[in-house]
Design a protein around this ligand. Structure first.
Ligand code: F0G
Length: 464
């Protein structure tokens, strides 16, 4: 087939490859066996049996030569490692917070923060739940309350900032339960479960003003805040001429502290932190981290991990890095949109989310359409994705019934700096093949359900 003459000039990644990791293609018959053995749960597959791994962007990034060089500079002293100070400096420089407590990953920070701030009976409003974040809030005795804009729950809405907080919803909650029962507002940028959707600076600013009126803290889930800053630069009036780094600093300045899974934006395979401006909160966090993670200057990490993180933070806020990162996600999405495959619009930062409810429209949500779609995609091509629907949503604490989220999605999550455009072509073509065969798809039955975060380890069988 002849190639059409280009109508535009292409961009390319701001790096070249220095080391490669072989991956292996399997046969369809093998994959049918592997997925059955894994209980139709892509979390239970062996990674050796996966061809292109889009399970998550968490801890799956390729580190740079400078990060690897930093790994050799690990100061593995138990206390006061030099790498801790490099990390704390990088966080203060780019996120702006005064105090830093390292943790082994994001949920370590969530555990500590929730234990310090939440009392039984409290309410924690947030712009959509995240699985681990909400569970830690609940384990501390709190109740999560969704205050995101309605558009976030509609995969077809083209709202450019579906991560925005609905301030009227928040005001109603404050009126109903009273500000003293709200330890903080939990804000994420971008919002993972909504499809990697950003929050606007204008909304963050307005939220700050509202919280100031009621004496409420804002705690940011900064896991993908650099990607959020990129979208502000691209989509929000007045930010075109600012760098991602400048926007990130302004965004964080409106908040009182953050939890962080550095396994995403910060381009490392393990690590996280808790940061804040309040000295009293820092005192408590620095004390509690010793119980759950490790001393306050390593928090469950090796010195070398902290060095790689410090360097990763500096690389992550570069505009050309972010252009290539989000550009690759948009490249994959553009194919699916052109071919009529229903996905969450507009495209988010870290992943393309397939609308399984629309694709497998003949399956009721009880038959786990997104779980089934992820399994079918793996069987077609060895591409691994993740369910983000009814299985991830879990059961209601009070009634014990499934939560039925509006969004029933399959997430194709793109690791940073790992795959090429050719890999994205293979993925897009496989999604199309599964989409074309959608009418023959069958649902699943859950045959094993763990108590916490069931999506990680639940097992399923095919319905007849
Ligand atoms: N917050 C957000 C928004 C996340 O996406 C994650 C992890 C966490 C917190 C928890 O961080 O894994 O380091 O303990 N998300 C991964 C994912 C697991 O695949 O989306 P962690």
């Amino acid at each position: 087939m002849p190639y059409a003459r280009p109508t535009r000039r292409s961009w390319a990644e701001p790096w070249k490859v220095k080391m490669v990791e072989p991956i292996r293609m399997t046969t369809r018959a093998e994959r049918e066996r592997f997925i059955a053995e894994a209980g139709h749960n892509t979390f239970l597959l062996r990674s050796d049996d996966v061809y292109i791994d889009l399970l998550t962007d968490s801890g799956t990034s390729a580190m740079s030569d400078r990060q690897w060089a930093g790994m050799m500079l690990g100061d593995e002293a138990y206390a006061g490692s030099r790498n801790f100070y490099h990390l704390a400096d990088a966080i203060t420089e780019h996120y702006g917070y005064r105090y830093v407590v390292p943790t082994h990953q994001g949920r370590g920070a969530e555990n500590i923060l929730s234990r310090i701030l939440i009392k039984p009976g409290d309410h924690v409003p947030g712009n959509m739940y995240f699985t681990t974040t909400r569970l830690h809030q609940e384990l501390a005795g709190g109740t999560f309350v969704d205050v995101i804009v309605d558009e976030a729950h509609d995969p077809a809405s083209e709202h450019p900032f579906k991560g925005d907080v609905d301030l009227a919803k928040l005001e109603r909650l404050i009126e109903a339960v009273g500000a003293p029962r709200i330890p903080y507002v939990s804000v994420a940028g971008t919002v993972n479960m909504a499809g990697g959707q950003p929050q606007s600076m204008a909304n963050m600013r307005a939220l700050r003003a509202l919280c100031d009126r009621h004496g409420l803290r804002i705690i940011l889930d900064a896991t993908r805040a650099v990607e959020n800053a990129w979208f502000i630069q691209q989509r929000e009036a007045g930010y075109r001429d600012q760098t991602v780094a400048q926007i990130l600093l302004e965004y964080c300045r409106h908040t009182d502290g953050c939890t962080m899974s550095a396994k995403k934006d910060s381009l490392v395979n393990i690590g996280g932190w808790l940061a804040m401006n309040d000295e009293g909160l820092f005192e408590e966090a620095r004390n509690l981290v010793v119980v759950y993670e490790g001393l306050h200057t390593y928090g469950g990490l090796a010195g070398r991990d902290m060095e790689a993180m410090a360097q990763g933070i500096r690389e992550s806020v570069q505009d050309d890095h972010m252009r290539a990162r989000v550009g690759q996600v948009e490249y994959l999405a553009a194919h699916l949109v052109d071919w009529g495959v229903p996905i969450v619009r507009p495209v988010g930062g870290h992943a393309v989310f397939l609308d399984a409810r629309a694709i497998y429209a003949h399956l009721p949500q009880d038959a786990f359409p997104a779980q089934a779609l992820a399994a079918d995609l793996y069987v077609d091509s060895g591409v691994r994705s993740m369910e983000r629907g009814i299985v991830s949503a879990g059961r209601d604490e009070a009634t014990g019934r499934h939560r039925y989220p509006n969004l029933e999605l399959v997430r194709l999550t793109i690791p940073r700096r790992v795959y090429t455009q050719a890999h994205m072509d293979v993925v897009a073509e496989s999604v199309l093949a599964v989409f074309d065969a959608r009418e023959r798809a069958r649902g699943l039955r859950m045959v094993y359900e763990p108590r916490y975060l069931r999506f990680f380890q639940a097992r399923f069988e095919r319905e007849a």
